[in-house]
Design a protein around this ligand. Structure first.
Ligand code: AMP
Length: 283
């Protein structure tokens, strides 16, 4: 496995290679969720293909300075995880190694990113699209792998690929969870001990709320109240950022249960913002 730190080195490595290339973009602090992405990438690439993992905490997708400053960084461990997962090349640029200091062009998605995380985190998806497009150009992959945990991100990137005619396939990979249901996230390591113990309630409540929606016992307009009630007895200070039932394709709120509606939630557990979702089956 090779590690490169500059765009020039990355381009050089890429140019020397003519086979199939699979890119897994990450922000590091890698866990089993990222590992699942790398394993899918390895399968996609076959033994001859090149699997590239980028590790870059993209400053322009953070809406809160404090979140960016405290984002975990574990490079030694990350490279060991990549090596074990059969990654061929890590691109780990310096914080100032991706954007020009006077960079002034961005990619903006204007529909799918108006709800959920896009509504709560202004500029977030513009930052995501911009960095993913840059990584796409730098690595010229055949396939880019993303986690379904960030389902709105997958939708927005698929839209960018469609609208900007990028000749690349997007491969979404299932969410990896702890046995207790908590979705793995780099931010979990920043939860207090108490919050970490209580955070599985998010997934448990998604499951309960989804089956009550399906049976009609809970109406789409009542989902926030349902979550508020579920969080009431926790010791951790919890603040709901959003609970929404949305259409899986348009990301727009739906008032009725229909095929492929997604119940999505973002919650601050203490200072740490966690997201999760579930597909609500039609009755
Ligand atoms: P991040 O490093 O958090 O930006 O995530 C990099 C990629 O890993 C994104 O495509 C995420 O959707 C994906 N990812 C993060 N957590 C998980 C998880 N628990 N299961 C599957 N994929 C994940």
């Amino acid at each position: 496995m090779k590690i490169v730190h500059t765009k020039t080195e990355l381009r050089r490595e890429r140019q020397e290679y003519s086979g199939r290339v699979i890119l897994v973009p990450t922000m590091g602090a890698l866990h089993d969720g990222h590992q699942a992405l790398m394993e899918s990438a390895r399968l996609e690439a076959g033994s001859e293909g090149l699997v590239i993992v980028s590790i870059f905490v993209n400053p322009i997708q953070f809406d809160r300075a404090e979140d960016l400053e405290n984002y975990p960084s574990t490079f030694e461990q990350d490279s060991a995880i990549c090596e074990a997962a059969g990654v061929d090349l890590i691109f780990a640029p310096a914080a100032d190694g991706v954007y020009e200091s006077d960079s002034s062009v961005m990619v903006m998605e204007k529909t799918l990113s108006t709800t959920l995380c896009g509504a709560q985190r202004p500029g977030h998806f513009d930052g995501v699209c911009t960095v993913v497009l840059k990584l796409y150009h730098l690595t010229q992959p055949d396939v880019m792998v993303f986690g379904k945990k960030d389902f709105q991100q997958v939708a927005v990137i698929q839209r960018m690929v469609r609208d900007l005619d990028l000749p690349v396939e997007i491969l979404p990979v299932e969410t990896v969870r702890e046995e207790n249901g908590l979705a793995l996230s780099s931010r979990n390591s920043r939860l207090s001990e108490q919050a970490y113990t209580e955070a599985p309630v998010i997934h448990a409540t998604l499951k309960r709320c989804s089956s009550e929606l399906q049976s009609g016992a809970v109406k789409p307009a009542e989902v926030t109240a349902f979550f508020q009630q579920a969080f009431e007895s926790l010791e951790t200070a919890v603040r709901i950022d959003y609970v929404e039932l949305v259409d899986a394709e348009t990301m727009q709120p739906v008032a009725e249960i229909r095929k492929d509606a997604i119940l999505a939630v973002a919650v601050f557990f203490g200072d740490i913002r966690l997201i999760d979702h579930i597909t609500v089956q039609t009755p």
